[in-house]
Design a protein around this ligand. Structure first.
Ligand SMILES: [Zn+2]
Length: 395
């Protein structure tokens, strides 16, 4: 594969701060100045948006069947207790028996297919994430614990899962995000978690709280005051608890980002999550675009992701200019994405972009995505991974 100098011409570039008709140059995998180019792609009647940032996922869980339930849970801990018996389900056991590398890769592929080219994976780092062909870019420098309930050390014992809360926070440099599920529920325990976290000395300007539906108005003010942030996962919240947070105050302070969580509890992908976020908030389409690009970049401290300014990573999503530009991804089917580009090179695109792939020296494979023919970079979609993705057929 050649990371060639490329210019995308005649399209409108859409970012939350404006829509501009301009050529977009890529060189060395980054957005470049108007440099000479080897490849020219005519994108008249198209929009180009930055590759999206999914601020919360557990990549390896995306093919595990969700827990069927009829009543809202009171907290994530109640859900975890109930889920324990779900392991007896043969479909769950079969999903978990798939090799871990394949499951992680599948989570990356899920995101890529929806135009989410950068993902915060909230779990131990698996070696497969470092594979050059892995479908998406990942948050690399961060610290994490799972939650207070699973990550606190009690009576000198080890945490139930993941790193110990206090030790992990202390070991994370302040310029890196430190991520933890917090206030994931509606009961008194969930509602008290922010003050417990603060008492432990773990609420700072690099603290990123996932879910936060049990945060009171005063809690939200404290989060903003400390410069901490929240990852909003409305689909997961609504499915598990029947409610989600009101995002406006956190959004105004630029202390909010959007995450899908895994399909075990969350939405199919970030396109679906954007549609749910639109329905369950007062955020405009333009504000939602800011949430999944610039604001996520700020919260997760990923200055190269989430934008198409010179020097940023050349990740983008291309769609036909047949919708209001800022809302052009909201409610959009993933099969309607004309192309998803990573580091200046197409990864999945409609078949009429075959020349672009071949000019980049990318070996492709024909696939069908939700009934639509596509070309994909072959190395991104190993057959065992494709088998896990509903709607994706190789060949
Ligand atoms: Zn998580």
């Amino acid at each position: 594969m050649t990371v060639a100098r490329t210019v995308l011409e005649h399209a409108h570039v859409v970012q939350h701060d404006g829509v501009v008709a301009r050529p977009l140059h890529f060189a060395g995998g980054r957005v470049a100045d108007s440099s000479p180019y080897d490849i020219r792609v005519d994108l008249r009647d198209h929009l180009i948006l930055p590759g999206l940032i999914n601020a919360h996922d557990h990549l390896q869980l995306n093919a595990v069947p969700p827990l069927v339930h009829t009543k809202p849970f009171s907290s994530s801990y109640a859900w975890i207790e109930t889920f324990a018996s779900h392991f007896d389900d043969p479909d769950v056991a079969a999903a978990i028996a798939v090799p871990s590398a394949i499951r992680h890769w599948h989570g990356g592929l899920k995101n890529l297919l929806a135009g989410a080219t950068t993902v915060a994976h909230h779990d131990p780092r698996h070696a497969v994430l470092d594979d050059d062909a892995f479908p998406v870019g990942l948050l690399q420098r961060f610290g994490w614990a799972h939650s207070l309930g699973l990550g606190e050390c009690r009576d000198g014992g080890p945490p139930r899962y993941g790193p110990a809360v206090k030790e992990s926070f202390a070991a994370t440099p302040r310029q890196q995000p430190w991520i933890i599920h917090l206030a994931e529920g509606t009961d008194s325990g969930a509602r008290s978690e922010l003050s417990r976290l603060d008492q432990m000395g773990c609420l700072a300007d690099n603290t990123v709280l996932v879910h936060g539906i049990g945060l009171s108005r005063l809690d939200v003010a404290q989060v903003v005051d400390r410069g901490a942030a929240v990852v909003w996962c409305p689909s997961s919240n609504l499915g598990m608890f029947g409610i989600t947070l009101a995002p406006r105050v956190l959004f105004q302070a630029r202390r909010l980002s959007l995450g899908t969580d895994s399909r075990l509890t969350g939405s199919r992908d970030l396109l679906a999550e954007l549609a749910v976020a639109k329905t369950h908030s007062d955020l405009s389409a333009r504000e939602l675009l800011r949430l999944v690009t610039t604001d996520a970049s700020g919260v997760l401290r990923l200055p190269l992701a989430g934008g198409l300014a010179m020097g940023q990573t050349a990740d983008c999503v291309i769609v036909r200019a047949d919708a209001e530009p800022f809302g052009s991804l909201i409610g959009r089917a993933r099969s309607d994405l004309r192309a998803v580009v990573r580091r200046g090179v197409p990864v999945i695109a409609d078949p009429d972009f075959a020349d672009w792939f071949s000019q980049c020296g990318v070996e492709t494979v024909s696939v069908t995505l939700d009934g639509a023919p596509k070309l994909m970079r072959r190395s991104v979609v190993p057959p065992q991974v494709a088998d896990l993705e509903p709607g994706l057929i190789l060949g």
